[in-house]
Design a protein around this ligand. Structure first.
Ligand SMILES: CC(C)(COP(=O)(O)OP(=O)(O)OC[C@H]1O[C@@H](n2cnc3c(N)ncnc32)[C@H](O)[C@@H]1OP(=O)(O)O)[C@@H](O)C(=O)NCCC(=O)NCCS
Length: 199
């Protein structure tokens, strides 16, 4: 998404009304944040990553490896996470990945005398929430709407709408609602200032 998109889709109101003044004040105050967001996306895209519209990746995230193997859908939020990209990382839309999360796509073969390495993809489906400091190991698939609790170490696939906590992560008995309908980036100040609360 570019600044042109924000401009074309900006929330419009009566010029010089109280709301109009408030809106423009917000746009000016959050402009530095917007430039940072767009710049971070732009830099990832020119290195080959595919990133959908409105997604936000913190400029403090650490994203290393084959950037062309990274795909992110629309309206996804990635905080100060670490992504080690040795195999595909496919993240869907409306996903939240909090600070401190680590996505690890490579490891070493412990049975091999020469300690050979291998890489496996990580797939995270729409509406998944990976909470603070969780670690996702190579080859893991996090299903639609699934939650990985803070600090969990995920060693097995998490089925859709399930909640997994702990180390190693285990499924809770309860599940998440299947009627998920939210946009996790809608309240990020620099978007809200242009698109309104419900973009
Ligand atoms: C995973 C999570 C969403 C579950 O929330 P919840 O459904 O309200 O869970 P509950 O509090 O009912 O706990 C259910 C069980 O899981 C355990 N549990 C919950 N979160 C856990 C976690 N992160 N690690 C280990 N165990 C956890 C509880 O101790 C409880 O165990 P019990 O049934 O044996 O007593 C939540 O605990 C969590 O980790 N939130 C992330 C917080 C975060 O990162 N915030 C920053 C971004 S907003």
């Amino acid at each position: 998404m570019s600044f042109v998109y924000l401009w074309q889709n900006r929330e419009k109101t009566h010029t010089f009304s109280w709301f109009w003044l408030k809106q423009w004040a917000k746009r000016i105050l959050s402009f530095t944040q917007l430039v940072t967001v767009l710049k971070t996306k732009f830099l990832l895209k020119i290195k080959g990553s595919r990133i959908g519209s409105l997604s936000i990746i913190s400029n403090k995230s650490r994203i290393e490896g084959c950037l062309e193997k990274l795909t992110i859908g629309d309206c996804t939020f990635i905080g100060q996470a670490y992504l080690a990209i040795h195999a595909d990382i496919r993240i869907g839309s409306c996903v939240v990945i909090n600070d401190g999360v680590k996505l690890l796509t490579a490891s070493h073969n412990v049975d091999d005398p020469s300690w050979s390495s291998f890489a496996k993809p990580i797939i995270i489906d729409d509406y998944a929430w990976i909470a603070t400091d969780a670690i996702i190991l190579p080859g893991i698939h996090i299903g639609k709407g699934a939650i990985v609790g803070a600090g969990a170490v995920v060693t097995k696939n998490i089925p859709e709408y399930n909640i997994a906590v702990g180390n190693p992560a285990k499924l809770l008995d309860k599940q998440r609602t299947q009627e998920l309908k939210y946009n996790p980036v809608q309240l990020i100040a620099c978007y809200e200032a242009w698109l309104g609360k419900y973009c």
